[in-house]
Design a protein around this ligand. Structure first.
Ligand SMILES: *Cc1c(COP(=O)(O)O)cnc(C)c1O
Length: 391
């Protein structure tokens, strides 16, 4: 067992062509934002049926710029899940608006749109949904609500590049969409993000917002129209993104294949709550960034930390996606507390992310499943009964 290599929960896959391409950029004399960024934006736009795309230094930056583009600031409310990465609620707060947290479905872990509708007030300006783990939210319902209440939509699709809804790629339709190229995502640029826009006017505005709020005047000097950040992506990163995008469909097919193996191999009879398998008939629409079951903590004699330590001791890395944003110190200051969002809080307590990345093998999946089965069976609170189920 100790001789098996360590299995992290995520690992990027960079090929030699990309590495050679990066060396070329490094030798070219132009390493920050330049021709590779233009090429990367054009390739992303092509992948998304021709919609305008601008890349930024991270998805977090893209979320902030998207909010600024929509003119969202003090007095505005933005509805978002709390069961998401901290970036979305943080950026809503950073621009001076108020995040309004809606609960999620226990299985899909995506926004519960009945809860979203109940959360709408006269101050609501936008909905910022997350496509959890790469499973799209119900896009028909999302945009029906947005149209009915005249709300902007900023999709946090950090985990969902290559996902689709009824055959249409996430980001190829809708309002604003944000992707991430962090190394744990389905494709990487080391760091980086993209913002998909409705038209060239918005794209031009994003170019200003991502770079100091600068506009160029006809006399060759510069003017500033907004206290913009500095969120441009260097060409070195863009070149990596180009190499990754070319392989994205293959990566995502490998992820789906590995997940199918997870569902086949997962210890039967375990009281874990398995992830949503994807919509019937549209399984290929799920890009599977994460495979994260919920642990049956009420039936275990160990806590999640001990469960993770037991896997770590077997050379298997795990993660947590996600804690509950409304229970962070920051959002407790907004008055949030336990008991507000039952599904969000239960997921935050019980979720554990297991290894999933394209270079994994079926044997790796089996190894993880065996380890999970062993640890669960060894620490069940009802040994006579559940313990046997778990083996
Ligand atoms: C990773 C992630 C982000 C942040 O992406 P960065 O590119 O690291 O800023 C935002 N939202 C979700 C759901 C994520 O998983």
């Amino acid at each position: 067992m100790a001789s098996l290599p360590y299995l992290p929960f995520a690992r990027p896959a960079l090929d030699e062509e990309t590495i050679a391409g990066v060396a070329e950029v490094l030798r070219s004399g132009w390493i920050t934002t330049g021709p590779q960024v233009k090429n990367f934006e054009a390739a992303l736009s092509h992948y998304l049926d021709g919609r305008p795309v601008r890349v930024l230094s991270s998805a977090t930056a893209a979320l902030e710029v998207a909010l600024q583009l929509c003119g969202i600031g003090p007095g505005a409310e933005v509805i978002t899940p709390s069961q998401t990465f901290f970036a979305a609620p943080n950026m809503i707060a950073k621009v001076g608006a108020t995040p309004v947290f809606a609960d999620v479905d226990l299985v899909s872990r995506n926004l519960d749109f009945d809860a979203v509708e109940r959360a709408i007030t006269p101050h609501t300006r936008a909905i910022m949904p997350t496509h959890f783990a790469g499973l799209p939210v119900d896009m028909d319902r999302l945009y029906a609500i947005a149209r009915q209440h005249r709300l902007r939509v900023i999709e946090d699709a950090a985990l969902a590049i290559g996902s689709s809804w009824r055959g249409r790629r996430i980001g190829s339709f809708g309002d604003l969409t944000v992707f991430s190229f962090h190394p744990n995502k389905n494709m990487t640029a080391i760091e980086g993000g993209a913002l998909v826009l409705n038209d060239e006017i918005e794209a031009r505005e994003v170019e200003i917002l991502r770079f100091h709020g600068i506009t160029r005047l006809s006399d060759g000097t510069r003017d500033v129209t907004f206290p913009g950040g500095k969120f441009n992506l260097p060409d070195v990163n863009a070149r990596i993104g180009i190499g990754q995008l070319a392989r994205l469909n293959v990566f995502n097919a490998q992820r789906r294949e590995l997940v199918a193996e997870y569902f086949r191999q997962f210890p039967s009879g375990t009281p874990c709550l398995l992830p949503h398998p994807g919509y019937p008939g549209d399984e290929a629409g799920h890009s599977w960034n994460l495979f994260a079951p919920l642990l049956p903590l009420d039936r275990l004699t160990i806590g999640r930390q001990q469960f993770r330590a037991a896997l770590e001791a077997r050379g298997i890395g795990t993660g947590i996606s996600y804690e509950a944003a409304h229970l962070t110190t920051l959002f407790r200051r907004y008055g949030h507390h336990e008991g507000e969002l039952p599904n969000t809080e239960r997921i935050a307590r019980e979720t554990v992310t297991l290894p999933l990345f394209p270079a994994m093998t079926h044997a790796d999946v089996k190894r993880v499943c065996n380890a999970v089965g062993e640890v669960l069976a060894g620490h069940c609170s009802l040994p006579g009964e559940r313990g046997e189920d778990l083996r």
